[in-house]
Design a protein around this ligand. Sequence first.
Ligand SMILES: [Zn+2]
Length: 282
Amino acid sequence: MEMTINFYDVEHGSCTHIITLNNKHILVDIGSKTYKSITSYIRNKYLRYYGGNIDELIITHPHEDHIYDLPQLYNILKPRVLQRPKGAFDIIPTQNTALHKEIADYANKMNREYSNPIGTGENPLYSSNNGGVDIEIISSADSWTTKDDLNTFSSIIIINYEGYKFILTGDNPKSILQNMIEINYCDIKNKISNATALLAPHHGRTGEYCDSFFKLVNPYLTIVSDKSIVHTTQEKTAQLYKGRGAKLYGKERYVLTTRNDGTISFTVTTNSCTVSMNQEGY
Ligand SMILES: [Zn+2]
């Protein structure tokens, strides 16, 4: 029994890849390095001989750093199922470049095309279809969202497997996370508590650190998906996200960053969870 989760180094962006025992491939966001397609990497490493598709793409929110490689994904490994916050669409490009227009065009096209995502009688989110991996999406309440700030649409993704729990966020504003905890939105307290690892909200920015949320998640490790420090607030990330900690390669670690550690992978079996970091990988 095994599940792998890769948090790819996609610079300032986010892309998480879940591979289940029965060889399902699920992506949460599809950020990518500039000029280096994460989709091509995934195909070459995992799906070259299967002529495969991505089974499911979950978009936390449609900002470019979370959907940068969407055109490639659609053309090379077209996802069978697309989950996204529908209220955020159609989107408009944040910059007036051909690339940004192309990304927005694909996102809007896919949002229309996948209007009825579960068409095949099989929902890949059910653990029975996912080799025992249970995936739940908590989306933002309509009253909290505004198209003026697409971050407000950010979902929280909860992955459970063999007693190990992973909490993935998008660029969730602190105020919404606070609300969710305060009113125990969708029974969130129970669902996110005492996780194995957390993908930090908004690339670990200090300004979006939400203490009540983090204390509840109480992870061993926090993962920050970011590139070299451009927001001075990132310097404080390691102090803020101090969870339970884990001994990795002889060192006590609390926060792993794609910037310093490269792609970060968790391999979970029935009674173990191992972490590896790859400086040279994608
Ligand atoms: Zn982002």
